[in-house]
Design a protein. Structure first.
Lengths: 250, 318
């Protein structure tokens, strides 16, 4: 009940601010542009036998012209204000002196941002729906890819919430989140730069590698666990940050 | 209702609150008086469970602030400093949100929101965005938010700061109207505020408790000012000389800004009763000058602090 009230408040504040609409417009414009150009590219030149399958892999996961890259750019903008704004306005003091547990506050913010993510992802479903009218689609692989996008987005939110809880400056929160996410994303891009042993560890940390198998239509427990761990790791860091008011300065 | 024992809060090397103890009875209105940075907000944040004290104990209605955070926050209504509210919410929906977050039943939320909007005079702005309200109205929304669940204890951090005089009077009468209904702890750095609204006053300076007094005793101290404002229609030099010669007056200080032909000055005296003012008036009349005013200047908070600190010999930290 209290969680739901908080959730509604958070969700409302997304939809009353122009930020969401600007972010959504950018998101859909870029996704639409990439969809169109990638599709033309794959249809013209065709790679391998499974042209459409390859197209979807590239459109969901291929850098940099993919939904996942656009998400990487816009998600920090959706998470930046969640704690930073409350700290700036001082309203965090109000929330923290209401009979609410820290994890309720975090949960409501997380859920509201996740709902916004769902709205964005649902919007992109018009692309496969459109292609379906031309040719039958590999729906199972596609759904797996969307599950991957969801996990990816939820991980971005967890990281963004954490950085937002550290600062009262929204720009700092957004740039910090982008930096961390980008690092996790590109960790394995330059394979020549590290030793093979280190690469094996880095590959396990890299978000991109775990996401790519989803986009290929493979749901592996290992990848699911990676994202769940990533999300709970950052959420527990956020809780520690909220809690820090009780032990800082002792 | 509120019991505070040897409360200490340390921020790094800075001791914001140092060994403060006090008690507040049920239904009392207590003022925490002190200059900015004296530790008022820190005390209030400890009492609201925002953070725990470094040492010492505090209980509100028997509930420990450190270990029983959630129960504590049910009991308390808190108006934070500078009234932080969500600017993008409308008054009524914000208050409803506050009720829901406090897990009040739906019917009770509706009833209480209507009640506090009426009590705080918010009906005319119920549909307005909080961010677009005047500061006075925002302060009332903050107060309404704190009153919503009929808390046993109301903690108000500088409820009148930044308001214009009319709004200050409104907020004060609102607070006075709560007398007897709940226990109130409010902080301020404005002296008249405590004498008009509070039963008892705790004076805090740099984390230390300097004095604890009833408002009546405090206002006696305030009225016993040794600074007397005198305005006379007469030549500055001779007026100064004449007033300066009155028994009980130590020295006089000429003030600028008097009207044409008049002289304004401040007489300093160590005798803090009406006899000096009477003597000055008699002296002026004796010289045949027009007497425009003789009045004791109210003590400023700075004066009071200086006096309290020197009188009671409390050593402040360096």
């Amino acid at each position: 009940m209290t969680l739901f009230a908080l959730f509604r408040k958070e969700l409302r504040s997304y939809f009353v601010s122009p930020l969401f609409y600007v972010v959504a417009a950018v998101f859909f414009c870029l996704c639409g542009f990439f969809f169109y150009t990638r599709l033309i590219f794959f249809v013209e030149y065709g790679f391998g036998l499974n042209i459409l399958g390859n197209f979807w892999l590239a459109f969901l996961a291929g850098a940099p012209y993919s939904i996942s890259m656009v998400m990487l750019l816009v998600m920090p903008l959706l998470t930046m204000r969640l704690f930073a704004e409350e700290k700036k306005l001082g309203t965090i003091e109000l929330l923290l002196t209401y009979p609410l547990r820290d994890r309720t506050i975090l949960g409501a913010k997380y859920a509201a941002c996740a709902a916004v993510l769902l709205v964005l992802l649902a919007g992109t479903l018009c692309y496969p729906a459109y292609l379906q009218t031309l040719q039958p689609l590999p729906w199972v692989a596609l759904l797996s890819g969307y599950l991957g996008l969801l996990f990816l987005g939820l991980s971005f939110i967890a990281c963004g919430l954490f950085v937002s809880s550290l600062t009262e400056n929204q720009v700092v929160a957004a740039i910090g989140t982008l930096g961390i996410l980008l690092l996790f994303w590109v960790m394995t891009w330059n394979e020549a730069a590290t030793s093979p042993q280190a690469l094996r560890v880095l590959a396990q940390l890299s978000m991109f590698d775990h996401f790519e198998s989803f986009a290929r239509g493979v749901i592996d427990l290992k990848d699911v666990l990676y994202f769940l761990f990533f999300i709970s790791f950052f959420n527990s860091l956020t809780l520690r940050t909220l809690e820090s008011r009780t032990w800082r300065g002792r | 209702m509120i019991e505070v024992e040897h409360l200490t809060k340390q921020f790094g090397a800075n001791r914001a609150v140092d060994d403060i103890s006090f008690q507040v009875g049920r239904g009392e209105i207590i003022g925490l008086l002190g200059p900015n940075g004296s530790g008022k907000t820190t005390i209030m944040r400890i009492l609201t469970g925002f953070f725990p004290p470094t040492a010492g104990q505090a209980r509100v209605a028997g509930v420990d602030v450190t270990t029983q955070g959630l129960e504590l926050r049910q009991l308390i209504g808190y108006l934070p400093e500078s009234t932080a509210l969500y600017p993008d919410m409308r008054v009524e929906s914000f208050l409803r949100f506050c009720g829901e977050v406090r897990a009040l039943p739906r019917a009770r939320v509706r009833e209480r929101v209507a009640a506090v909007m009426h009590d705080c005079g918010l009906n005319e702005v119920r549909g307005r965005l909080i961010g677009k309200l005047s500061k006075g109205f925002r302060q009332r929304v903050g107060l309404a938010q704190a009153l919503l669940h009929e808390p046993a204890v109301l903690i108000l951090d500088e409820p009148t700061v930044g308001l214009d005089p009319r709004q200050i009077i409104e907020i004060r009468s609102l607070i006075s109207g709560l007398r007897g209904r709940t226990t109130i702890l409010l902080s301020t750095h404005i002296l008249p505020e405590v004498s008009t609204t509070c039963d008892r006053v705790l004076i805090i300076d740099r984390g230390h408790m300097v004095a604890e007094d009833t408002a009546a005793a405090l206002s006696r101290k305030v009225e016993c000012s040794e600074r007397i404002m005198v305005t006379v229609e007469g030549p500055a030099v001779s007026v100064c000389a004449a007033v300066g010669a009155v028994p009980g007056v130590d020295r006089v200080e000429l003030k600028n800004g008097a009207a044409e032909g008049a002289t304004s000055l401040i007489a300093y005296s160590r005798v803090a009763d009406a006899s000096v003012r009477r003597a000055i008036a008699a002296e002026v009349v004796h010289h045949g000058w027009g007497l425009i005013e003789v009045r004791a200047l109210p003590l400023t908070l700075e004066d009071l602090f200086v006096r309290l600190v020197t009188e009671e010999g409390t050593p402040g930290p360096p």
